[in-house]
Design a protein around this ligand. Sequence first.
Ligand SMILES: [Zn+2]
Length: 240
Amino acid sequence: MRSIAIFGAVGVLVAGIALPSFASSGAPVDATATLQQVAFDDAQSLVVASQATAAPLDRGTYTATTPEEIAEKKEKEAAAARAAAAAAASVASTPRNFNPGNYELVSPGSGEVRYPLPQGSYNQGRTIGGGHNGVDMLAPQGTPIYSTAAGVVRASAESIGGYGVAVMIDHVVGGQSVSTTYGHMTYGSRQVQAGQSVGAGQLIGFVGSTGRSTANHLHFEVWYGGSLVEPYSWLAANAG
Ligand SMILES: [Zn+2]
């Protein structure tokens, strides 16, 4: 039932999401954007630690033996799944008004490359591979998100496919063209618009769980000329 519950929650979220809006926003669509658009369907998938550890406990308490008991157990589980799906949809669709004055407008650090979340504010989740094009940086809703380098915002919208509320930024880092994507932000939390220039470490939005996501986290992608880079090692080597 657990997997069905998650599927149900995702279905509710996806049902309310328009098709990628940046494709028709007038923003230039380069090769990188096309790759990212193609990739976003498979880009987001997150296993939540609390859900993973709950599974054995659920099985351990499954003591029903008669058909009636099993039917009752299944009905209770179905009700719990519906409640979880409703709760997830409610959280994801609740607009939040953020006051950026409560947060640093520029992240700490002085390097050309900065961490997209404050150091110490997140745990490392899934990285690239298996159709997942970024890293899942697990952090509480409302954690500030910073542009990882100076650049120009290519896309900024409340719904970009599975990314949900997302921002995409084009940079030049070390003389090379680099594009970054920041997904699953909280509704109403974006601080930048398409076409806007941003500085390294500039506040761009806040962590949420919009789009294809089941828990608060930042989905962060790094592309060099249309090729994926593993963001955790890239940040470790470049950010400061
Ligand atoms: Zn992800």
